[in-house]
Write a protein that binds this ligand. Structure first.
Ligand code: NAD
Length: 261
């Protein structure tokens, strides 16, 4: 628990399932007030909000598409109407589409970039504008992936978006550091969430993924949420512009793990 997070206000995008739910619930344990954004799964968002409140925090749910300016504005407005402020903005919403690159339709490419990259830009822009207008040393956390670093054939749109999130995060971290605003990314590895449900239901694919993790297991959403809480708190007060990999060592070139090469 980080005492300085008590009563702080957070916006978490894509909070109706997976990592976004885990971050919201962890923020509840920190006794924060959380605006939980959802796109289509209202029931999931409601459930997450109930857990946040059981955990000792406050929560409200807001439907919005993070790939639009209106969507991000609605999230800010909800935080201000309900809790009067915003301290932490977590751009977590994301999606992926698998396809050989020569067969990706322009629509599919643009949708992944719109949610995973433009959504992060719009959320960050909305947060930065609010922080600057109120001379506030706010905190932004962008959900990247190990695929900001590791190429991922047949997921080119996703890897391109996350690579963009990496340098966007570093750029705005540098641009706004002088105002006390911190901006960091998290790079999860293979985490057990609905985005991976189909893959992990197949034993062969599950085992194959585990074989790419030096720690020999899939990660839990709560382990990513713990990183978000640390980045949001003043315990990380001298940290900006990093990607915090939470990946069981996936970015350590595991093909070399027994001295190969
Ligand atoms: P998930 O599919 O469980 O959750 C993604 C959330 O984003 C959902 O709630 C979904 O509704 C929401 N979302 C999608 N499009 C949206 C839009 N236009 N507007 C608002 N919300 C939208 O996936 P997850 O695993 O929890 O992923 C969360 C983030 O973590 C994503 O950015 C993902 O790329 C990243 N990530 C996940 C893993 C993993 O292994 N699970 C690994 C690396 C990175």
């Amino acid at each position: 628990m980080y005492k300085d997070l008590n009563n702080k206000v957070a916006i978490v995008t894509g909070g109706s399932k997976g990592i976004g739910t885990a971050i919201s619930e962890r923020f509840g344990k920190e006794h924060m007030s959380v605006v939980i954004n959802y796109h289509s799964d209202e029931a999931g968002a409601k459930e997450a909000a109930e857990t946040v409140e059981k955990n000792g925090g406050k929560a409200t749910i807001v439907q919005a598409d993070v790939s639009t300016e209106e969507g991000n504005q609605a999230l800010l407005q909800a935080a201000l109407d309900k809790y009067g402020d915003v301290d932490v903005w977590v751009n977590n919403a994301g999606m992926e589409k698998k396809s050989p690159t020569h067969e990706i339709s322009l629509d599919d490419w643009q949708r992944v970039i719109a949610v995973d990259q433009t959504g992060v830009f719009l959320g960050s822009k909305t947060a930065l504008k609010y922080f600057r207008e109120h001379d506030k040393a706010g905190n932004i956390i962008n959900m990247s992936s190990v695929h900001e670093q590791i190429p991922w054939p047949t997921f080119a749109s996703y890897a391109a978006a996350k690579g963009g999130v990496k340098l966007f995060t570093k750029t705005i971290a540098m641009e706004y550091a002088k105002y006390g605003i911190r901006v960091n990314a998290i790079g999860p590895g293979a985490i057990n969430t609905p985005i991976n449900a189909k893959k992990f239901a197949d034993k062969e694919q599950y085992d194959q993924t585990v074989s790419m993790v030096p720690m020999d297991r899939i990660g839990k959403p709560e382990e990513v949420a713990a990183g978000a809480a640390w980045l949001a708190s003043s315990e990380s007060s001298y940290v900006t512009g990093i990607t915090l990999f939470i990946d069981g060592g996936m970015t350590l070139y595991p093909a070399f793990k027994d001295g190969q090469g």
